[in-house]
Write a protein of this length. Structure first.
Length: 236
C-alpha cells in the first residue's frame, strides 16, 4: 500500500468534518466546478475523496475514482446513484467505455506520485476536445498552510509535493493537453462577514489575483502527443 493511500484511508472518517470546518473554501471549489461543467457532460473526477464535489454538480454520466478504498466506501454510501471506484488511473481504460467530456482533479495533483504517468493513462479516457480541469493551492501559500495544519486548523496534508503551474503545463503539453485558461480565487479563504467578500473582490484585480490561494487551470486534449512522448511509449 502506498503512503498516500494509507494517509487518506486514515483521514477518511474525518474528511467531511474538515470540509464543514473550512466550508467557505469548499463552497468556492464547488461553485468553480458548477460554473464550468454543463448538465449533460460526462464527467470523471480523479481523487474524488468522499465525493462531495462530484455529487454537488449536475452532470450526465458521473464517475469518481480514488486511490483510497475508505474514501470510496464513504462516497458510495452517501451517493449510491453515482459510479465510484477505488482505483488510480492505471487500467482505467478497462473500466470506462465512452470517453469523458470533462476530467477534473481538485486538490489532488500534489499527492500524485507519478504525474506524467497519470496523465498518460488519462488519455485513454479522453477524446479530442475533452477538457481537463485542475485546481490546486498556490505553492507560495505552502508555509502558511503548514502553520495552519500545525495549529489544527486544516486537514493534515500527508505525503505531497507542490508542483508549479509552469512545470505542470509543460508536462501536460507533451501529452497533448494545452492550457486554455488560468484563473485565481480566494485571497482570503476563511469567512468573516463583509471582510471576506471585500478582500476577495480586491483579490480579483490584475496582479493581486496571482497571490490568491486557489489556482484553477483548464486544459483541452488535442488527441495529439509530442513526438518524444510517442517514442517513449514505444521504448522497451
Ligand atoms: C486532498 S484530497 C481531495 C479530495 C477531493 N477531490 C476534494 O477536493 O474534496 C486528495 C484525494 O486524492 C486521492 N489520491 C491521491 N493520489 C491519487 C491517485 N494517484 N489516484 C487517485 N486518487 C488519488 C486521495 O486518496 C484523496 O482522497
Amino acid at each position: 500500500m502506498s503512503d498516500v493511500q494509507s494517509h487518506f484511508d486514515g483521514e477518511a472518517d474525518r474528511y467531511d468534518h474538515w470540509k464543514q470546518r473550512n466550508w467557505y473554501y469548499y463552497d468556492t471549489i464547488k461553485r468553480i466546478y458548477r460554473e464550468r461543467i454543463a448538465k449533460d457532460d460526462a464527467v470523471l473526477e480523479v481523487g474524488c475523496g468522499t465525493g462531495e464535489i462530484l455529487a454537488g454538480i449536475q452532470t450526465g454520466r458521473a464517475m469518481g475514482i480514488d486511490i483510497s478504498p475508505e474514501m470510496i466506501r464513504i462516497a458510495a454510501a452517501k451517493h449510491p446513484q453515482l459510479e465510484w471506484h477505488a482505483a488510480t488511473t492505471a487500467g482505467l481504460g478497462t473500466i470506462v467505455g465512452e470517453p469523458f467530456d470533462v476530467v477534473f482533479l481538485s486538490d489532488v495533483i500534489e499527492h500524485i506520485e507519478d504525474v506524467p504517468a497519470t496523465f498518460r493513462d488519462l488519455r485513454s479516457v479522453c477524446r479530442p476536445g475533452t477538457r481537463l480541469l485542475i485546481n490546486m493551492a498556490n505553492p507560495a501559500w505552502e508555509p502558511l498552510l503548514l502553520v495552519l495544519e500545525k495549529l489544527g486548523k486544516k486537514m493534515p496534508e500527508g505525503p505531497h509535493h507542490r508542483i508549479s503551474v509552469g512545470t505542470l503545463t509543460r508536462t501536460l503539453a507533451d501529452l497533448g493537453f494545452a492550457l486554455e485558461r488560468r484563473d485565481h480565487e480566494l485571497l482570503f479563504p476563511a469567512y468573516i462577514p463583509v471582510v471576506s467578500a471585500l478582500v476577495n473582490a480586491i483579490g480579483r484585480l490584475p496582479l493581486i489575483r496571482r497571490l490568491s490561494l486557489i489556482e484553477i487551470l483548464e486544459y483541452r486534449f488535442s488527441g495529439e502527443i509530442a513526438e518524444q512522448d510517442s517514442l517513449a511509449g514505444h521504448l522497451p
